[in-house]
Design a protein around this ligand. Sequence first.
Ligand code: GLA
Length: 391
Amino acid sequence: MASTAHPVNTAPNTPPATFEELYGHAPEGEWAAPGRVNLIGEHTDYNLGFVLPIALPQTVRAQARRRADGVLRLWSAQGDAAVTELRVADLAPGSVAGWAAYPAAVVWTLREAGHPVDGADLRFDGDVPGGAGLSSSAALECAVALACNDLYGLGLTAPELALLAQRAENAFVGVPCGVMDQTASMCCRPGAALHLDSRDLAMRQVPFDLAGAGLALLVLDTRVKHDLGDGAYAALRAGCERAAALLGLPALRALGPADLPGALARLPAELRPLVRHVVTENERVTAAVAHLDAGDLAALGPILTAGHASLRDDYRVSCPETDLAVEAAVAAGAHGARMTGGGFGGSVIALVDEDAAEHVAAAVTAAFRAAGHRAPRTLTAVPAEGARRLS
Ligand code: GLA
């Protein structure tokens, strides 16, 4: 969520330092955790609703070696040249700035939960674009969580590690995110979308064979991140929780479409659009999963576009750049398109016929040029594997 996540890739002038050069010994292993795009189900996770993310092939990789002296050393090929050195005993929320806060947060959270984690030497490298709404921060957290789990023999499951990584971001970094990004990074499988119920973390891998259906999923990174992002996210979450409290519900998840008119009538005007988005968005996830189960992947398109309209008009987390990318993609023949992630910039996904991918990407780029925006960065998303050990 936070824009201070794993730094944006910059082409280094010199080859990046190896683990041995940095720390004088070899790593014990290497772990990878992916970024994600969410197909549908936005701003539903902290309302205990449904989400449907896929993992990206792009990952954050962590090489790691245990230390027994309480020292945590961190270095990233995408960071500045310096090694950050911390003492695990001194870690406290707010005590670490920048990208190093994310790995430190995970170590702190594991120790807070009573797990016997000591120091470590960690070296990161990765290709998840930072600040693009593709969960580079969750990827960083999950790579560290899995490395610690394996190195220290903690025996935690992937969903348990995801919850710990979310707690790290909430309690240490101070971002009140839901559980989607970390669960996607830990639990997604190749060729599938993850249908996750954020209330009890029940999950199902829903087959999502884009190539088999002659389709492709474009990710258009608008390369904008509007500053209001993090504060606005917390305010929206607080608004949803206030609405649930006013309705006497544990969370907005408890509302179905049939309850909506009655619920809206009982709420102050400013909360109604938030509640309408959450209820209709949960419905869109359910409809999307039904189409995927029926093997009709293209039917996802109009659901994506309707989801974007709801985020734009009701939840108000889109921005001119994401709106333009959606409009231009649909006008160029995409089956549907929407912003993905928290909003206020970041990326748009567009579901396209495989042979139309280049045309749609070019049309969005041309629309950005005409509007005076920087050209978007384009990726093609293939549902990839969740966090794993590489060596
Ligand atoms: C960010 C958060 C997630 C989720 C999305 C919006 O990515 O980290 O928990 O709330 O925004 O769906």
